[in-house]
Design a protein around this ligand. Structure first.
Ligand SMILES: O=P(O)(O)OC[C@H]1O[C@H](OP(=O)(O)OP(=O)(O)O)[C@H](O)[C@@H]1O
Ligand SMILES: Nc1ncnc2[nH]cnc12
Length: 222
C-alpha cells in the first residue's frame, strides 16, 4: 500500500525511518521501532512539525504524553504550541496523588496514571503517543483526561497500524470509520472502540509492511 497521493511528502521519509523488527518482543509481532526515526534529525523534526502545524493555534493548553514513547514526541510538540506537558505514567511511578485508569492487554490488564491537579477542568488536551495498535492505551488516556474534566481535542500518533483500517465496516466490536478531512492532506480516521467514539486519531504513517497482529488484536478475524 502506498501512502495517500495527497499525503505530505515528509510522511514518506518519516515512515521509512521507522525500523520494523519482526518477532519482537515475541513471535508474530512486527515491532515498529521509532528509535531509528530519532537517529534522523530531519525526519524526527518533520514528525514533530506535522503535529505542530496541525495543533498550533487550536487553543490546546495540555499535551499529555503516554509512557514511554509519548514522552519523546509529546514535549517538543507541547513547547512549540505553547502548552504544558503532562506525563501519563505506568503504575507507581508518579510520586504525588494520582488518578488511574486500567485497560485491557492481550493477557491481563495494564494501567496508566496521572497526577491529580496536573490538568484543570475545562482545559483542552491533546494526547500523544508513538503508535496505536488496538487503541486500548489511547482510550484509557482519554478517560483519564476526561475524568479530570479536560476536553480531549484529539489523539495524535506517529504510527497507525493499518490493521486498524481494515476494521472499517468489519462488524466486529471494534470498528473504525474512514473520514475525509477538508483541511488536511493526511488521512484522518475516526475510531470507535466498543461503540465509544475515540475522537480523531491522527496517523501520519501508513506504511505497508505492518502486518496483522492477531496476538494484539485477538478478536479480529479479517
Ligand atoms: O493501541 P495499543 O494496543 O494500546 O498499543 C499501543 C501502545 O503500545 C506501546 O506501548 P507499550 O504498552 O508497549 O509500552 P512501552 O512504550 O512502555 O514499551 C505503544 O507505545 C503504545 O503506547
Ligand atoms: N507492533 C508494534 N510495534 C511497536 N509497539 C507496539 N505496541 C503495540 N504493538 C506494537
Amino acid at each position: 500500500m502506498s501512502a495517500c497521493k495527497d499525503m505530505d511528502p515528509r510522511v514518506h521519509d518519516i515512515a521509512s525511518s521507522i525500523r520494523v523488527v519482526p518477532n519482537f518482543p515475541k513471535p508474530g509481532i512486527m515491532f515498529q521501532d521509532i528509535t531509528t526515526l530519532l537517529l534522523n534529525p530531519k525526519a524526527f523534526k518533520d514528525a514533530v512539525d506535522l503535529f505542530v502545524e496541525r495543533y498550533k493555534g487550536k487553543n490546546i493548553s495540555v499535551v499529555a504524553g503516554i509512557e514511554a514513547r509519548g514522552f519523546i514526541f509529546g514535549p517538543p510538540i507541547a513547547l512549540e504550541i505553547g502548552a504544558k506537558f503532562v506525563p501519563l505514567r505506568k503504575p507507581r511511578k508518579l510520586p504525588g496523588e494520582v488518578i488511574s485508569e486500567e485497560y485491557v492487554l492481550e493477557y491481563g490488564t495494564d494501567c496508566i496514571e496521572m497526577h491529580i491537579g496536573a490538568v484543570e477542568p475545562g482545559e483542552r488536551a491533546l494526547i500523544v503517543d508513538d503508535l496505536i495498535a488496538t487503541g486500548g492505551t489511547l482510550c484509557a488516556a482519554m478517560k483519564l483526561l476526561e475524568r479530570a474534566g479536560a476536553e480531549v481535542v484529539e489523539c495524535a500518533c506517529v504510527i497507525g497500524l493499518p490493521e486498524l483500517k481494515k476494521l472499517i465496516n468489519s462488524g466486529c466490536p471494534w470498528s473504525m470509520t474512514n473520514r475525509t478531512s477538508n483541511n488536511l492532506p493526511e488521512p484522518v480516521f475516526n475510531a470507535f472502540v466498543h461503540d465509544t467514539p475515540m475522537k480523531e486519531a491522527h496517523f501520519v504513517s501508513t506504511e505497508p509492511e505492518f502486518i496483522l497482529l492477531p496476538k494484539i488484536i485477538p478478536h479480529i478475524n479479517l
